[in-house]
Design a protein around this ligand. Structure first.
Ligand SMILES: C=C(O[C@@H]1C=C(C(=O)O)C=C[C@H]1O)C(=O)O
Length: 105
């Protein structure tokens, strides 16, 4: 059942709506953190690109990509989220990093 409580303006808002707003605020904060972490991952890729240039290494390192993907699967299981979905996201993150590295070199 939906309860109703007056807010500070004395208009009536449902507690269900308040919960929804709070939960969406939580999502908003998480979304910001996700983008911040993607940015951090991309900055590290810039540094890796410089090391690769110095050492004459190729941008793509398949064995490292396999290790990243395996870790993504393990972490998905650890946090009980769909491993295929998490791996699809990591595939995109890897491609994003490689585009960034190619621009950097
Ligand atoms: C970041 C690197 O460059 C590429 C991008 C990777 C990634 O985003 O995880 C992994 C391997 C490379 O193909 C790396 O070599 O570590």
């Amino acid at each position: 059942m939906t309860e109703h409580t007056p807010d500070t303006d004395s208009t009536v808002v449902s507690t269900d709506e308040m919960d929804l707003d709070e939960l969406r605020e939580e999502i908003r904060s998480i979304d910001r953190e996700i983008v911040e972490l993607i940015a951090q991952r991309t900055y590290v890729a810039d540094s890796i690109a410089r090391v690769k240039t110095e050492r004459g290494l190729a941008t793509t390192d398949e064995s490292q990509e396999e290790a990243v993907m395996a870790r993504a699967g393990e972490n998905a299981e650890r946090f009980d989220v769909d491993a295929n979905m998490v791996k699809a996201i990591f595939r995109l993150l890897i491609e994003l990093n490689k585009i960034e590295q190619r621009n950097e070199r």
